[in-house]
Structures are given as structure tokens and as C-alpha cells.
Design a protein around this ligand. Structure first.
Ligand code: FAD
Ligand code: NAP
Length: 534
């Protein structure tokens, strides 16, 4: 039952991940009354929920961190090249404490609805505790990868063994010692967790629908000399990264695969492989744009997988047939090597799909696999899932679910026409998941807070994208995607992992042109947006 107390504030921010934390900080700096509503019992978002064994970032920690405060980035010490989930969560908690933000956050509370009140130009936000908040602005900091995707497998909801989704992992941890464990999925979450589960469990059965490419992380403690050197030019370094395709320092090489000889290419691939990590994708400038260029890297990866897995038949099953990069490249610590262990088995679901879960048995077309625990590493309803989970209604009572039924439409991924004063952080149509997400979050939060400041300074009451500008942007996002290998496989970038979801390529490819476009729009007086006054 709704307890209408007509509290009216400047802004409701939904989510207390890195986006919500920084959004609250920025709006408070403007003297606004803003409140964060978070479903979890604490801050951190991704790093609060994904506590599965082995969870880490795959962008180096020195880059996967806030840059808005020089003091913060100088003070904070990362211990490893790729920080663990626990360390990243501590960092998020530290930021909240350091900037005194906790009193602006309500936890353990879910936003269920957000309805636009046209006569007042206000949003009425309904929470699952029955409270209602009225606010001028609503900012969806709900995350691109925050709604777990549960596979639609008959009998799963009646399993008699514990079932854990990697994206909603028990806080107390899970002890797999002596257990027969089944893991469904072979994306980044499975690739990070299975080596640790394999160490602990009596046996591990990995159920693979589509193999993924993975490159070693070669994670290591951070060298203090390297950290000192980077910190001596941190601001400058961060600026340089805005000019890089993914907004991260991947040591981008501006040469084409075909500008060099086969021998030189092999040497370059070996060098990148030896360094490990996502930077492999930037070894040449056309790897994710030209299929023939991509093929050369695929051949290289195939040979590497073959050397890591002893059984050639098994190695063959682990080699993807898709272009590299069209599903996010995974970064692992001894993933393929688990298949050399006697206690690890791969079940190829292409040969024999899962039919049902029968108590504690995973039943495929040709086999029965008894397990004591089941891990769903089945990913997320990405980019739109968390936003569409909320009953959002804009002008004329139009629901977002209706508006986005044929795929999400958002101008610059920041706002969607017909929903005035509602902003999206890293929404569909922005680089988001095709970038180092922390800088992208900061760029969006700053754009939104600057916009609100501009509106207040100029007595603007509402802002809303113009439908034509939005259509043109969505068209452009797809046009750019088509020049690349990204739309070439059934990835979550396209929504292909969720049954019944419309397939549309959602992120924008290219950080520098995107940031430039956002700046141009502002310089032209918020071009493509309609502003009302009063
Ligand atoms: P989130 O961290 O997802 O936070 C959103 C919050 O909103 C959640 O806490 C959620 O509970 C809350 N919420 C949602 N709906 C509601 C509602 N209706 N009511 C109340 N609260 C709600 N990106 C990188 O760039 N580099 C990496 O190395 C990297 N590693 C990742 C590893 C994993 C395991 C995953 C899943 C993602 C990773 N990402 C990475 C992407 C990551 O999601 C972002 O980097 C970033 O943490 C997102 O922050 P956010 O605040 O936008 O969203
Ligand atoms: P994911 O990449 O979407 O992988 C999900 C896996 O589950 C896929 O192998 C998928 O197979 C499989 N799957 C889904 N439904 C299935 C079903 N019904 N039956 C059988 N298999 C099924 O999810 P994720 O691994 O959680 O990663 C999501 C994203 O989060 C990553 O791409 C990355 O951006 C981020 N992440 C990053 C890190 C990191 O290294 N820092 C770690 C984890 C996650 P199909 O491919 O056939 O759909």
C-alpha cells in the first residue's frame, strides 16, 4: 500500500553503484536535495552483488577507478594489476565515507515505479516499502549488468540442490569442498570462477553452449615504481585515455593488420599475449572492424587454446567459431588448464542440450549429471533489464516498456523522448560496456549534472530529447556497429542471450567521437533536446 507523503526533492537517483555514488556527490555539490535508492544493503553495485570466487576487474585497476578527485586517486592504493571484487567494493565504500555520502542513501529498498506528473512536471517515484517520493529529476544509475539472467530450464525452480547465480552471490560465500558442482555458462563470470571452483570441488561439470575467447590476465601485485610513475602524471594520463577507442590505455596501435608481414604480425600477437588482457584487441586498428583482420587473430587464439588444453578433441570444443570481440573477450587466470584436470568435465550443449533439472540432476538429451550444487554463470539482461524492470511512465502515460518494445531508443544513451527530466547513466546508445566503464560513468554523471545546473541557471523547467534527434542517433549507433564485427554473433550486446528480447545492437562503438558529440550538443545549446521554461 502506498504511503503518499508528498515529500518533494530535487532528484531521485536509482542505484548505489559507481554511477549512483558519483551522481549524488555531484548534485550535492550544486546544493541540491538528492537521494539514492538502492535495492542492496550496501553500495558498490556490480561489486556488491558479484561475489563469486575469482571475481575481479578486467580493466587494470589504475584505470578502473574514479578520476574526478585528484586527492582520491593519489591516496588510494590498489594492490594488484586487476583488483579483486572485495578490494573494489572496499574502494566504493571508502569513496562514500570520504565524501560523506551515506546519509543520502536508502538501502534495502527497490524503486518499483516512476510516473511523470504532467501538470506539475514532477516524477512520482514509488518504492517497495510503500513510500512515495516526488522529485523533479530521476536519474537511472541502475547499471548495464545488474539484472541477472536466469535460464528458462524446466525444473530449475524446483532443484533440490543449492543454486547460485554469479550475479547474486551469497555474502557469506559458498564452500564447494567435496561437492560435485555444475556450472552453466562459459562467459567471463564462469571463466573467472571455474578455476577456483575446480580447486575446491570434488568434481566440476561445465555446461557450455557457446565457447568464448579468453586471454590470460597475468595478474600480479602492482609494482610501486610503476604506480609512482603513473601517479606523477595521473591527470595527464587520464586525459590521454579519452582519445583512445575504448577510453582505456590498451597501447593502441594505429596500424592495420595488413600493413605488416605475417611474421611481424605473429611477433606482435605473441607480445600482446605475453602481456595478457583486453589490450590484445588494440594490437591493430582493424581487428574488430575487418573480418579478414579478425580471422588472423582467431587463428592465433585457436593455436593458443590448443596449446593450453592437452586433449585435442576437447580443445576443439573450446574453440569458438565466432569473430574475436563480438562477444566480450574474457580475461582468465588458468581457465583452459582446468580441462587438463581429472575432476573437470565439459558438456557441449550443442551436441546435447539441457532438457531439464531433475532435483539434483542436470538432464541433457544424452546424459544425466548428478550435482550437489549448481552455479548459473548465465549473465544478465544487459543494458535495458534493470530500467525496464521499473514501471516507468512518461508523457501521456506512455510506458518505457511500450516505447522500447522494439528495442531501446535513447538520445546519446542519456535520455529518452517523452520522459522529461529522466536521465540514464550509460544507457543504450552510449559507449558504456564497450568502454572502460568508470570514466564513461563519470562522463555521463558530469554531463547530467552540468545539464541540471544549466537548466537551473537559465530557468528551464524540463528537458526532453526531440524524437527526430533520437531516431537519428539510434540510426547512427547501428550504422557504426555495422562497420564492425560486433553484430556478428549472438551476444548480450544485441540482447540475444535473453529469450524473447528484441535484437538491437545497444552500445555505441567509439569513445572519442561520442564524447565529442556530447560536447557539441552542449555547445550548441543542448541541440536535439527540447527545453521548456517557467
Ligand atoms: P551497477 O554497479 O550495476 O549498480 C547499479 C545498482 O542499481 C545496483 O546496485 C542495483 O541493485 C541498483 N538497482 C537497479 N535497479 C534498482 C531498482 N529498481 N531499485 C533500487 N536499486 C536498483 N566494467 C569495466 O569497465 N571493467 C571491468 O573490469 C568490469 N568488470 C565487471 C565484472 C563483473 C562481474 C560485472 C558483472 C561487470 C563488470 N563491469 C566492468 C561492468 C560494471 O557493471 C561497471 O563497470 C560498473 O560497475 C557499473 O556501475 P553502475 O553504477 O553503472 O551500475
Ligand atoms: P555472459 O557473458 O552473458 O555469459 C553467460 C553464459 O551463460 C554464456 O556462455 C551463455 O551462453 C550461457 N547461457 C546463458 N543462458 C544459457 C542457457 N539457457 N543454457 C546454457 N547456457 C546459457 O555473462 P557473464 O559471464 O556474467 O558476463 C557478462 C558480462 O559482465 C561480461 O561480458 C563482462 O562485460 C562483465 N564481466 C566482466 C568480468 C571481468 O572479467 N571483469 C567478469 C564477469 C563479468 P551463450 O553465449 O550461448 O548465450
Amino acid at each position: 500500500m502506498s504511503n503518499q507523503n508528498n515529500k518533494s526533492i530535487d532528484a531521485v537517483i536509482v542505484g548505489a553503484g559507481f554511477a549512483g555514488i558519483y551522481m549524488l556527490y555531484k548534485l550535492r555539490q550544486q546544493g541540491l536535495d538528492a537521494r539514492v535508492i538502492e535495492a542492496g544493503t550496501g553500495v558498490g553495485g556490480t561489486w556488491y552483488w558479484n561475489r563469486y570466487p575469482g571475481a575481479r576487474c578486467d580493466i587494470p585497476s589504475m584505470q578502473y577507478s574514479y578520476q574526478f578527485s585528484e586527492d582520491l586517486q593519489q591516496e588510494w592504493e590498489w594492490s594488484e594489476k586487476y583488483a579483486t571484487q572485495g578490494e573494489i567494493l572496499s574502494y566504493a565504500e571508502h569513496v562514500v565515507e570520504r565524501f560523506g555520502l551515506a546519509d543520502g542513501m536508502t538501502f534495502n529498498t527497490r524503486v518499483e515505479a516512476s510516473h511523470y506528473l504532467e501538470t506539475e512536471d514532477q516524477w512520482r517515484v514509488e518504492l517497495d516499502n510503500g513510500e512515495t517520493i516526488q522529485a523533479r529529476f530521476v536519474i537511472m544509475a541502475t547499471g548495464c549488468l545488474s539484472k541477472p539472467n536466469f535460464p528458462n530450464i524446466p525444473g530449475l525452480d524446483q532443484a533440490t540442490v543449492p543454486v547460485h547465480h554469479t550475479g547474486s552471490w551469497p555474502h557469506e560465500g559458498v564452500d564447494f569442498t567435496g561437492l560435485r558442482v555444475g556450472v552453466i555458462g562459459t562467459g567471463s563470470s564462469a571463466i573467472q570462477s571455474t578455476p577456483i571452483i575446480a580447486d575446491q570441488a570434488k568434481s566440476l561439470t561445465v555446461f557450455q553452449r557457446t565457447p568464448n575467447y579468453s586471454i590470460p590476465a597475468y595478474n600480479e601485485p602492482l609494482d610501486p615504481d610503476y604506480v609512482a610513475e603513473l601517479k606523477s602524471r595521473y591527470g595527464e594520463y587520464r586525459q590521454e585515455n579519452w582519445q583512445r577507442g575504448f577510453g582505456a590505455d590498451f597501447d593502441d596501435n594505429d596500424q592495420s593488420v595488413f600493413e605488416v608481414s605475417a611474421e611481424e604480425r605473429q611477433r606482435a600477437y605473441e607480445e600482446r599475449w605475453a602481456k595478457g588482457g583486453l589490450a590484445f584487441l588494440a594490437v591493430y586498428n582493424d581487428l574488430v572492424f575487418d573480418m579478414k583482420a579478425n580471422d588472423t587473430a582467431r587463428e592465433f587464439f585457436k593455436s593458443k587454446i590448443a596449446t593450453r588444453v592437452n586433449d585435442p578433441e576437447l580443445a576443439e570444443k573450446l574453440i569458438p567459431s565466432t569473430p574475436i570481440g563480438c562477444k566480450r573477450l574474457c580475461v582468465d587466470s588458468d581457465y583452459y588448464e582446468i580441462y587438463n584436470r581429472d575432476n573437470v568435465h565439459l558438456v557441449d550443449l550443442n551436441e546435447s542440450p539441457i532438457i531439464r533439472i531433475d532435483g539434483g540432476v542436470v538432464v541433457t538429451e544424452s546424459g544425466h549429471y548428478e550435482v550437489d550444487a549448481l552455479v548459473l554463470a548465465t549473465g544478465f539482461d544487459a543494458m535495458t533489464g534493470a530500467v525496464m524492470n521499473i514501471d516507468i511512465r512518461g508523457q501521456g502515460g506512455l510506458s518505457l516498456q511500450e516505447k522500447w518494445a522494439a528495442g531501446p531508443k535513447a538520445y546519446l544513451g542519456l535520455a529518452t523522448a517523452g520522459f522529461p527530466n529522466l536521465f540514464l547513466v550509460t544507457g543504450p546508445g552510449s559507449p558504456s560496456v564497450l568502454s572502460n566503464m568508470l570514466p564513461s560513468i563519470e562522463q555521463h554523471v558530469e554531463w547530467i549534472s552540468d545539464c541540471i545546473e544549466y537548466m537551473n541557471a537559465n530557468q528551464h523547467r524540463t528537458i526532453d530529447p526531440e524524437p527526430n534527434a533520437e531516431e537519428a542517433w539510434v540510426h547512427h549507433v547501428n550504422e557504426v556497429a555495422e562497420t564492425s564485427v560486433y553484430p556478428g554473433c549472438n551476444s548480450w550486446y544485441l540482447g540475444a542471450n535473453v529469450e524473447g528480447k528484441t535484437r538491437v545492437f545497444m552500445p555505441y562503438l567509439g569513445v572519442p567521437p561520442y564524447v565529442e558529440k556530447c560536447q557539441e550538443v552542449v555547445a550548441a545549446g543542448y541541440e536535439g533536446f527540447a527545453l521548456t521554461s517557467g
